[in-house]
Design a protein around this ligand. Structure first.
Ligand SMILES: O=c1ccn([C@@H]2O[C@H](COP(=O)(O)O)[C@@H](O)[C@H]2O)c(=O)[nH]1
Length: 239
């Protein structure tokens, strides 16, 4: 059975590439992330297809707008049946609270499970220099913690953060708070544009709930072998 702590980021642009990857990875992966590239190119059919294959869907569209617009967006995405939806914590507490209310109401109306809402803190592609260049005042770790606490207080189910902040968030926000970490790089993979990275093992030991991994799997010469090595590393922790 697949380890549902692993979420594979389907950062491709066509349904053909999606079906090829999902078929190749078969039962070894149960959770997929649909992000901007795929959703903007192929739309809602991506979610429907994955659900038909029995997969869980993380819709990572990182909503960031005024509260009313984000709330309506969350309502629309709840209709699609995603299990996880992202919005930017920097949209602020009123926006996050409006999104939480919209998800609850839409799920009640549709009689479906309420999607979990994740607040994106500071993107994992930022290092301290890039962060300072856009006016970041606090060190990244402090800013992430501040946003994680704000997200929790505003009704978010969890956050997206780098694995380097997972331990501090877990301590501050408790065991029930979801910590979803991209920026995961197994020892065999290149960092690419990610700056705040860690291995699968280190992320889980520091308290990450789920790991988002894209290119180390989807661009690997042998994606099945990449998943096998990653899951082996993840499961060695439980042994
Ligand atoms: O801070 C963030 C938030 C989201 N992401 C997304 O995760 C994947 C990571 O892909 P890799 O190929 O493993 O780098 C990608 O879809 C991002 O949009 C993130 O990386 N960092």
């Amino acid at each position: 059975m697949a380890d549902d702590r692993l979420i594979v980021a389907l950062d491709v642009a066509t349904m053909d590439q999606v079906t090829q990857l999902v078929t190749t990875l078969g039962d070894s992966v149960s959770y997929y992330k649909v992000g901007m590239e795929l959703f903007y190119a192929a739309g809602a059919q991506t979610v429907t297809y994955l659900q038909e294959q029995g997969k869980s869907v993380f819709l990572d569209l990182k909503l960031h707008d005024i509260p009313n617009t984000v709330a309506q967006g969350v309502t629309s995405l709840t209709h699609l049946g995603a299990k996880l939806i992202t919005l930017h914590a920097q949209g602020g507490p009123i926006m996050m609270a409006a999104a939480a209310k919209a998800a609850t109401e839409a799920a009640e109306t549709l009689q479906v499970e309420r999607p979990k809402l994740l607040a994106v803190t500071v993107l994992t592609s930022f290092d301290e220099d890039a962060w300072t260049s856009i006016g970041g005042q606090l060190p990244i770790r402090d800013q992430v913690l501040r946003l994680a606490k704000l997200a929790k207080a505003s009704g978010m189910d969890g956050v997206v953060a780098s694995p380097l902040e997972a331990k501090a968030i877990r301590e501050a926000c408790g065991d029930d708070f979801l910590i979803v970490t991209p920026g995961i790089r197994p020892s065999f993979a290149a960092a690419n544009d990610q700056k705040r990275i860690a291995t699968p093992k280190s992320a889980l030991l520091d308290g990450a709930s789920k790991l988002v991994i894209g290119r180390p799997i989807t661009k690997a010469d042998n994606p099945q072998e990449a998943v096998r090595l990653i899951v082996e590393e993840m499961e060695a922790i439980n042994a």
